[in-house]
Ligand binder design. Structure first.
Ligand code: WTA
Length: 656
């Protein structure tokens, strides 16, 4: 991987105001340091105490961490609890009538659900699932619009000890089928349609198509939530059941299934370095603890907050910071079905004003696109309710950070830039907003109890200012437990032998500055980050080569102003290289093909055709060269090992 150079220099410092610091759940750097010292001196004691404070147990645990079978760590292994109980039942007495969810639909209509109502609706749906024969340990795939019902489906599944796997509603039939098949799901929960940005997508038809692709014999029932009045194309009396019919006669109480701390809560598929997505498997108690501790420390949760995370439940952020984190801590949260640009680019600011949002958590890509579409729009709204801002999913460039800070936050709200991953379950590196002074573009310091480090190829820590690999040197409660059905891949990917299996390799490069602040530089593997979504280049390549026209394909990322990265595909056809209108036509076809195979999010922005690809004599595609060509940059890499150097010039001129 050679040396990783860091180029960013940013020295502006933004300490929290005295007022924020004094009221914060962790106050000042003294507060932060005290927690870190506690974690350093008694790691198990530190996490054990938090687990007793923030999680309600049916049966208390006696052992905090079992590392005898590393890297298959176990946390609180003899404890019993239920995550849905922790999110609902335990709030009923003190805040049963508190609003849990303020739901704003795509068309702007608003509905509110209290904790008590949510509890009853989750219980009814849980009873409905039971009536379909769903039992503890069964897998339930949730392919739904972002909204209250998706959260109910997740909570209900947690309540009965089933394992959910949410598939983002933007994925296609092929991607859905792969996930249903890998998880061997018993039930799929979907909706007739989703509505986003005024457009509908027929989820039920896509589900039918997915099941029709074969390999989904495990599926016994498909539950369909009626989101719009549209009639599904097909209806199988045997396999399909409407959500409203399923819950109609169900009791609105349902005793939770008490599960072991280590029983899986969910699987969430994410992209890696191969064509096959990985089913990241999370535990119940450790995962839940991660969400709670970060709600308290990073989001500085207060009972009076109106919290809004703009993610979709289809991603990990929607799991940890919509479906579980805020409900676990008893927050009132906004759940928004739509997109930031519909009906126009002031939607977020309007909603912050209308719902008096205090805590706002979104992605840098959304911030960048809203700057572009209307950087002055926030000034037309009263955003004075805001007290804390957050970002997640990709590095935020300092310009976007400053705009977020000044124009959205009025210069008074700390920004928590939270680094974490599907695999980490919860925030890992982020400022505690009442403690750390922030720097635009840095996710600052590891949370107390998170042993993050930056190392070189041999595993030795690198000096300040030098780039290296981001690793976590001790297990933490909310960490991935395994890859569903593939423990070997889990071990090899995250605890590689290069580091004697002792370090968790995050897959990101980073550096520390002279104050110990961490700056994430990007992925070191074949994973792209497009609009904050993780996409495997291999996944897109295998989709392309599955097209009958394509002989070979290589996919790389290219820097993009708004999306962070965009997808560029180099394609060799089985027939001769197309040119002119022919090339345009085939490129369009291939883009549609990828949308159909994986989903629109994976569509290449650019397709370039070549007679072949630049390879070493041993046949390895030299992606670095392809990245340089995509950027239009000078090729600096050594090309002497290339089998066919002339191809570079052809590819350089291949933009269509
Ligand atoms: C990137 C999303 C810089 C990183 C929660 C990581 C970030 C990948 C940040 C995980 C951040 C996430 N600054 N980069 N604050 N947050 N990333 O699994 O490359 O969808 O490895 O989880 O996103 O993406 P995932």
């Amino acid at each position: 991987m050679g040396t990783i150079d860091s180029v960013l220099k940013e020295n502006r410092l933004f300490p929290p105001s005295d007022d924020f610091r004094v009221k914060a759940n962790v106050s000042g750097m003294d507060g932060y340091n005290a927690l870190c010292e506690k974690a350093n001196s008694d790691y198990a004691g530190f996490w054990g105490e938090l687990a007793r404070e923030l999680v309600s147990w049916k049966k208390p645990f006696t052992k905090v961490l079992n590392d005898s079978n590393a890297p298959f760590f176990k946390w609180f292994e003899d404890g019993e609890m239920n995550v849905s109980y922790n999110c609902l039942d335990r709030h009923l007495e003190a805040r049963g009538n508190k609003v849990a969810i303020i739901f704003e639909a795509d068309d702007g209509s608003v509905s509110r659900v209290t904790y008590r109502e949510l509890y009853h609706r989750v219980c009814q749906f849980a009873n409905g699932l039971k009536s379909l024969g769903v039992k503890k340990g069964d897998r339930v795939v949730i392919y739904m619009p972002h909204g209250v019902e998706a959260i109910i489906a997740m909570q209900a599944s947690a309540r009965i000890g089933a394992i959910h796997s949410v598939v983002f509603g933007g994925f296609s039939a092929g991607a859905l089928r792969d996930r249903i098949q890998d998880a061997a799901a018993k039930v799929v929960i979907t909706a007739n349609e989703t509505v986003r940005g005024g457009k509908t997508t027929p989820l039920k038809s896509i589900t039918d198509e997915a099941l029709g692709l074969g390999g989904c014999d495990s599926v016994e029932k498909v539950v369909v939530f009626q989101r719009t009045s549209a009639k599904p194309e097909h209806w199988s009396e045997e396999r399909n059941i409407w959500w409203h019919k399923l819950v109609k006669d169900q009791a609105d109480e349902c005793e939770p299934e008490w599960v072991n701390a280590e029983d899986p809560l969910f699987i969430l598929y994410t992209s890696g370095s191969t064509g096959k997505p990985k089913g990241v498997q999370h535990s119940s108690a450790g995962y839940f603890l991660g969400t709670q501790v970060t709600m308290k420390w990073v989001f500085d949760y207060k009972d009076s907050d109106v919290y809004w995370c703009t993610a979709d439940v289809g991603w990990i952020t929607g799991h940890s910071y919509i479906a579980y984190g805020p409900l676990g801590i008893g927050a009132t949260q906004v759940v928004f079905e739509g997109v930031p640009t519909y009906p126009d680019a002031s939607r977020f600011w309007q909603m912050i004003e209308k719902h008096e949002v205090t805590t706002f958590y979104t992605a840098p890509t959304a911030i960048r696109s809203l700057i572009k579409l209307g950087g002055d729009l926030p000034k037309q709204y009263d955003l004075s309710s805001l007290r804390l801002l957050g970002t997640v999913g990709e590095p935020i460039n300092p310009e976007a950070w400053m705009w977020y800070h000044e124009v959205v936050g009025g210069g008074r709200c700390p920004i928590v830039d939270t680094w974490w991953q599907t695999e980490t379950g919860a925030n890992m590196i982020a400022p505690l907003p009442g403690a750390a002074a922030t720097k635009p573009g840095s996710c600052t310091l590891p949370l107390p109890g998170i042993m993050a480090d930056i190392v070189d190829e041999s595993g030795a820590p690198v000096e300040a200012g030098k780039g290296g690999f981001l690793v976590i040197s001790k297990p933490w409660p909310s960490m991935v437990r395994t890859i569903w059905g593939d423990p070997d891949r889990f071990k090899k990917t995250y605890f590689p032998e290069d580091y004697n299996g002792k370090l968790y390799l995050a897959g990101d490069s980073a550096h520390r500055d002279e104050n110990g602040y961490i700056w994430i530089m990007g992925r070191i593997d074949d994973v792209l980050n497009v609009s904050g979504h993780r996409l495997g280049t291999m996944e897109i390549e295998s989709a392309l080569v599955a097209n009958p026209l394509v002989a070979e394909a290589a996919v790389v990322g290219k820097p993009h102003d708004i999306k962070g990265e965009s997808v560029v595909a180099y394609v060799v056809l089985k027939s001769s290289r197309p040119e002119g209108d022919d090339a345009k036509k085939i490129a369009k076809e291939l883009r549609e093909w990828v949308a159909h195979e994986i989903g629109k999010i994976a569509q290449p922005d650019e397709i370039r055709f070549g007679d072949n690809l630049p390879k070493t004599r041993s046949g390895k595609i030299m992606r670095r060269l392809l990245r340089d060509i995509a950027k239009g940059a000078e090729i600096t890499a050594d090309t002497s090992t290339l089998e066919n150097p002339a191809i570079l010039e052809q590819l350089r001129q291949s933009a269509i």
